[in-house]
Design a protein around this ligand. Structure first.
Ligand code: 5AD
Length: 432
């Protein structure tokens, strides 16, 4: 009987990719993946600690797994950012956990299992990123890490602690991985990094724009996406690469966090409201049809009604197609904890609601603008809610559910006439 494993993943795309790397490693060792934790010899929790009650969530999950372990004897590993943040405390509070392994050690799962290591939370010199041992879950799309860690010091953010200092991968390694992914049918590539546009090749010094251009020019790359960009790292070479390559997505996630320069300074975001808006204008001048998306934190310590009004007016000015907003959540050990307490929860909730109401209009307007147009859609598979329809995404990242030939090969790009805009998605019909 082969060994079996079960992985649960929370959080960002980087975590999802880490799970694919863990999974790929286990498959190479002869393990088989199961979707039912009661059937697993090894249970991995790949955790996220960016917001909310992440630690509590993990401990309550571990409480339930303790029972399961009594019955099945499964090994339990806690991975990801909560593992990095809590480290030894997890082993103390939940001694039935077999090992705790941070994001810097994903490539070292082998040794952890072989040596029975209980705590792997140092950042090894060699992260052992094995591009050939990634168990990619999507048949059409591949995530490719280009830079790990983060050197920014945003005062609210736990990431510098959990993912360590920035390390860029060599240019040629990245391009080789993209080629391998494309050869396996993953024609959509998403380059990943906490601050993806801080990329610098450690060998040649090539910047992110150069990498984007080189990846876009590889044979067979139908779509090229990337996340997440930091506004202060946007430069001309990045904008030019996006402008000059039709297969680079016209979608840019550019988290602003707040529209108030006073709050931005206290967040240590390294730009002002004016500078951010200037960056947006520069990008729009080069790529008028771009779909901007953003993240906003509401209720940062000391955020006044005037600060919040500035956030609303910035949103009004940019008119984002997509927006993700969160209540500020104090992260253990981050500098913002010393700035002051979070805002009163009722006020934060009310601000969040006003922000969503405003954004809703902009999103609706953007989605409605596609009606009647024929847009290229990369086919990802059957639609989730209606298997008689196909589903895919536009170049600028909207989900489209549409009627089309069910025999359409996954990963092809079809023209789809958009008939209707729904709440978050578009509907249409493939045209011949
Ligand atoms: N509280 C609330 N939101 C946060 N984010 C990061 N840290 C925090 C925090 N302490 C949000 C930011 C970031 C997104 C990934 O999560 O908006 O861009």
């Amino acid at each position: 009987m082969s060994q079996t494993y079960y992985i649960e993943t929370w959080g960002c795309q980087m975590n999802e990719l880490d799970s694919e790397r863990l999974s790929g490693n286990l498959k190479l060792r002869g393990y088989r993946r199961v979707d039912d934790e009661t059937q697993a010899n090894l249970i991995l929790l790949n955790t996220c600690s960016v917001r909310d009650k992440a630690e509590q969530k993990v401990f309550s999950r571990l409480g339930r797994l303790r029972e399961l372990k009594r019955e099945t004897g499964a090994k339990i590993g806690v991975c990801g950012c909560v593992a990095q943040q809590e480290g030894e405390r997890i082993l103390e509070r939940a001694p039935w956990v077999d090992f705790v392994m941070g994001p810097g050690n994903v490539g070292h799962l082998d040794e952890v299992l072989e040596h029975g290591t209980r705590l792997a939370v140092e950042f090894p010199e060699d992260r052992k990123y094995d591009a050939f041992a990634i168990d990619r879950t999507s048949p059409t799309k591949a995530w490719v890490t280009i830079i790990e860690g983060c050197n920014k010091n945003c005062t609210f953010c736990i990431v510098p602690t959990t993912r360590g200092r920035e390390v860029s991968r060599p240019f040629d390694d990245v391009l080789r991985e993209v080629r391998t992914a494309v050869d396996s049918g993953r024609v959509e590539i998403e380059l990943l990094g906490q601050t993806v546009n801080a990329y610098r090749c450690p060998i040649t010094g090539n910047d992110f724009g150069a990498l984007l251009a080189a990846a876009a020019e590889l044979e067979g790359v139908a779509r090229l996406r990337f996340t997440t960009s930091h506004p202060a790292e946007v430069n001309d070479s990045m904008i030019a690469a996006m402008r000059d390559h039709a297969n680079i997505s016209r979608y840019l996630h550019l988290p602003v966090q707040s529209g108030s320069s006073r709050v931005l300074r206290r967040m240590k975001r390294l730009y002002t409201r004016e500078k951010y808006l200037e960056t947006i204008a520069r990008i729009r001048a080069a790529i008028p049809e771009i779909h901007f998306s953003t993240d906003i934190i509401v209720g940062f310590p000391g955020e006044t009604e005037e600060d919040f009004q500035e956030t609303l007016s910035l949103i009004e000015e940019v008119r984002y197609g997509s927006l993700f907003a969160f209540k500020y959540s104090p992260r253990p050990g981050t500098p913002s904890v010393r700035i002051g307490p979070p805002l009163d929860d009722a006020i934060a909730s009310e601000r969040l609601q006003r922000l969503f109401d405003l954004h809703e209009e902009h999103k609706r307007e953007r989605l409605a603008s596609y009606r009647g147009r024929v847009v290229p859609v990369l086919v990802e598979g059957p639609s989730r809610n209606d298997a008689s329809m196909l589903s895919g995404r536009t170049d600028d990242f909207w989900v489209v559910n549409f009627h089309g030939d069910p025999a359409t090969p996954l990963g092809s790009i079809l023209g789809v006439r958009i008939d209707a805009a729904q709440h978050h998605t578009l509907r249409g019909e493939a045209v011949r």
